[in-house]
Design a protein around this ligand. Structure first.
Ligand SMILES: Cc1cc2nc3c(=O)[nH]c(=O)nc-3n(C[C@H](O)[C@H](O)[C@H](O)COP(=O)(O)OP(=O)(O)OC[C@H]3O[C@@H](n4cnc5c(N)ncnc54)[C@H](O)[C@@H]3O)c2cc1C
Length: 385
């Protein structure tokens, strides 16, 4: 087992694949808020989206560090893996908590790309971060659940066949703990889309294919319940360390793109008869962003090391997500400032990447909630909410 984030061959191959998708490609998608279908197809075809699926189900069977290398390279190349990254971490919930029959039925098709598992429906408009207050219900009738309610920010629902859905199967007031009574369903959206499932796209600050979903007596076979009814919150939590680690790797990729792009521009752009990069006022923010990225990268490596050794990586995964998101944001600021007015011009890609990396201060978990986790679970301070 490997504990580092290296994988030079995978990185080279991913970078080569990404070089076929230029800034112009990403700008066109961004402008039209169009899904980068060709890019996702190329990644799928090359097998990268099945990197973490075990070989017995047709995947590459690689550890999470390889997933990090793939996602980081995509972001470092100027692209964005948000169109497809969820496949890597939602699949883990099915792998860890699904039955043998479910794994045999779905994982090989996910691995070969014929079935897309890109959607993850947790957040709701009224409950927000307070997940256990969610209101979407699933009621067992015969051999099907009937789902009613609403989700928001369910990204990629229009570009996915399957969705992992968290909903309440026992009313909160009938549960000993508020974290009980929630269940995870694997929804085959192909059967219900446009009928009992309505999907409405949300235009957002960046091109993210995100949507809101409405369920009106949406039938889901009882056989598609993942694990045990009522234990869904635990299953979702168990996948969160992987999600944080993989998103942190994307942030490192962004931070590298921003520092490399800023340094290259600072060497070329001449004002007052010398390159702007000769001024310490330009050098220092880029150098500082680089230092922040390297430190965050070490925390990410530590989170990966503990995760791959089977340890409890909650603290490190949270710290890595926060520090890497902060590093990418600081690098984005330095890069935009280095470019002066040109940083705002679409053709430089800086403003697009700037908008894209801003998301990671809020999603999939906001910085405040990570700080609350550290305060409560690491420092032993009283729970604040
Ligand atoms: C582009 C995009 C894509 C997304 N994709 C998905 C997806 O695919 N699936 C999915 O389920 N969700 C998705 N999300 C939702 C995302 O996970 C949430 O937006 C995020 O968790 C924050 O929840 P909220 O927006 O409801 O904010 P709220 O819970 O309303 O919080 C608002 C602000 O208050 C702060 N806050 C709340 N409570 C506290 C507290 N106790 N202490 C301190 N600060 C607090 C938060 O940190 C935040 O800054 C996506 C969001 C976006 C914007």
């Amino acid at each position: 087992m490997t504990y580092d984030l290296d994988y030079p061959e995978i990185r080279d191959a991913v970078a080569k694949l990404c070089s076929g998708f230029s800034g112009a490609y990403w700008r066109d998608c961004d402008r039209a808020q169009a899904y980068p279908a060709e890019f996702v197809a190329a990644l799928t075809e090359a097998g990268y989206l099945s990197a973490l699926i075990p070989e017995e189900y047709g995947g590459l069977g690689l550890p999470i560090s390889a997933g990090c290398a793939i996602l980081e390279e995509i972001h470092r190349s100027g692209g964005n893996a948000a169109a497809c990254h969820a496949q890597m971490y939602t699949m883990g919930t099915l792998l860890r908590h699904g039955s043998d029959a479910q794994k045999r039925q779905y994982l090989p098709s996910i691995a070969d790309g014929s079935l897309r598992l890109q959607a993850f429906g947790v957040t709701e408009p009224t409950s927000g971060t307070d997940t256990t207050a969610l209101r979407t219900t699933a009621r067992l009738e015969g051999d099907s659940y009937l789902v009613n309610g609403q989700k928001i920010w369910t990204s990629r629902a229009e570009h996915s066949d399957l969705m992992l859905l968290l909903c309440r199967t026992t009313p909160r007031d009938q549960c000993a703990k508020k974290t009980d009574g929630l269940s995870v369903l694997l929804v085959d959206m192909r059967e219900v889309r446009g009928k009992s499932l309505t999907i409405r796209p949300i235009r957002a600050m960046m091109n993210h294919a995100t949507t809101e979903l409405f369920f009106d007596d949406m039938p889901v076979p009882a056989a598609n319940l993942i694990g045990e009814a009522g234990k869904g919150f635990r299953y979702i939590l168990s996948g969160m360390n992987a999600e944080r680690i993989l998103i942190a790797a994307e942030c490192i990729g962004d931070a590298k793109w921003f520092t490399e792009t800023a340094a290259a521009y600072a060497k070329e752009r001449t004002v007052f008869g010398r390159p702007i990069g000769q001024n310490q006022g330009i050098q220092f923010p880029i150098a500082k962003a680089y230092a922040g990225m390297r430190a965050a990268e070490l925390m990410l490596a530590e989170a990966v090391r503990i995760y791959e050794a089977g340890g409890s990586a909650g603290e490190e995964a949270n710290l890595a997500k926060m520090l890497c998101a902060d590093a990418s944001w600081a690098a984005a600021e330095a890069c935009l400032q280095t470019h002066g007015g040109f940083g705002f011009a679409e053709e430089y890609d800086v403003e697009r990447k700037y908008r894209e990396t801003r998301l990671y201060q809020v999603a999939p978990i906001s910085t405040n909630l990570i700080l609350s986790y550290i305060a409560e679970h690491v420092l032993g301070l009283p729970r604040s909410y």
